[in-house]
Write a protein that binds this ligand. Structure first.
Ligand SMILES: *Cc1c(COP(=O)(O)O)cnc(C)c1O
Length: 363
């Protein structure tokens, strides 16, 4: 009855360990919907990696969360440091270091804040003189961060205090990232921070090796989410359940708006809808102009104005009969396709970071 994510546990754990081995200093990222797997599960797996370090190496001693709101779910399942990726602001719901509750104070001590503006550095330290933090340097992403001169100024006041290093958030675009980090390292060195930790995103193991040999006194720590949790797609499978199948003739009415079936075939009602993040536009399709033209020539359903769904029937993406409902979706199969039976499981091609499944099953 549900949208289910089935994880091949052994294969997935093997991939997690291989990734930890390939990325010394790995900082697993657990944010948002937990990459489809859930924040709690990612925190537990990070703890598991810490307890099962790669041979001759160390397991993760820190995890990164996206927001302060995500701290409680992660903090209770992983013992190490908690890096918050969203920069601290005076209005951030950060844990209260002066709480009269011991567990509140203990949580505050485990947090590493991200500081991306000079005024926030002063404000954070006024709010919590013992706060640990990284200084974020603005990259070509232009999301958050200090400029070169601001980094120098922040380093002056921050040095020898609770500074946990410099953070860089890099774009995904390939090829230029090492060069960009090299340029930014000039600012890091100029700020006297070469001997700190530089926390980076979106660098491959070989790119990190290049940087490490160029800056042997710097400790580079890669923050990795997607390549860690979702790096072996073959270990993960999302399926939906067929809830109903109805025969329709051309012109029969169906759906919320009483639309008429453009062809004879079968309406297939499957689990999964907008509440799960099932979108009208399928994330992966072979919707090239050529395949669309071929479909028009065949009188295919997309030629009738139907949108491709992420549900696979007989190895192909079925068409939505109408936009997904809250917890179910209606597909329309042409007569040429044998309909599945009630209770059958259909594979669904989803974007994990935008999908909330009902059940995660570790097989
Ligand atoms: C999300 C995020 C990451 C991890 O990104 P992935 O592509 O999932 O590896 C790293 N750093 C920051 C600042 C992020 O927001």
């Amino acid at each position: 009855m549900s949208l289910t994510l089935t994880v091949d546990g052994e294969r997935w754990r093997a991939h997690l360990r291989a990734t930890a081995e390939a990325y010394p200093g790995l900082v697993p990222v657990a944010k948002g919907n937990g990459y489809g797997l859930g924040l709690g599960r990612l925190a537990r797996k990070t703890q598991w990696l810490a307890e099962h370090p790669p041979e001759g190496g160390a397991g993760p001693d820190a995890i990164a969360v996206g927001t302060y709101h995500e701290l409680p779910e992660v903090a209770s399942r992983f013992d190490g440091d908690l890096l918050v990726l969203t920069p601290w602001r005076p209005f951030s719901p950060a844990p209260d270091a002066t709480s009269d509750r011991a567990d509140g104070r203990a949580l505050a001590r485990r947090v590493i804040h991200t500081v991306s503006r000079l005024e926030d550095l002063a404000a954070l330290r006024a709010a919590d003189p013992d706060a640990r933090f990284v200084l974020e340097r603005l990259t070509s992403m232009q999301r958050h961060g200090l400029g070169a001169a601001e980094l120098r100024e922040a380093a002056e006041t921050a040095r020898a205090r609770r500074l946990a290093g410099v953070a860089l958030h890099l774009p995904l675009a390939d090829g230029t990232r090492v060069a960009e980090v090299q340029r930014l390292m000039v600012d890091v060195v100029a700020a006297g921070l070469e001997e700190t930790t530089v926390w980076v995103s979106h660098l491959g193991a070989d790119e990190l090796a290049t940087l490490r040999s160029a800056h042997p006194r710097t400790s580079f720590r890669p923050r990795v989410g997607t390549a860690l949790w979702l790096g072996d797609r073959g270990a993960l499978r999302v399926t939906a359940t067929v809830l109903d199948v109805h025969r329709v003739e051309r012109g029969d009415r169906f759906g919320y708006r009483g639309r008429r079936a453009p062809r004879a075939g079968h309406l297939v009602i499957v689990s999964g809808g907008t509440a799960h993040g099932i979108g009208l536009t399928a994330p992966t399709g072979e919707l090239s102009l050529r395949s669309r033209a071929a479909s028009v020539a065949r009188g295919g359903l997309d030629a009738a104005g139907l949108a491709r769904s992420p549900y696979l029937v007989a190895g192909r993406q079925a068409m939505f009969a109408e936009p997904p409902h809250m917890q179910a979706s209606m597909l329309l199969l042409p007569d040429s396709v044998e309909p599945p039976a009630v209770g059958d499981e259909l594979e669904v091609r989803v974007r994990f970071t935008a999908t909330d499944v009902d059940v995660v099953r570790i097989a």
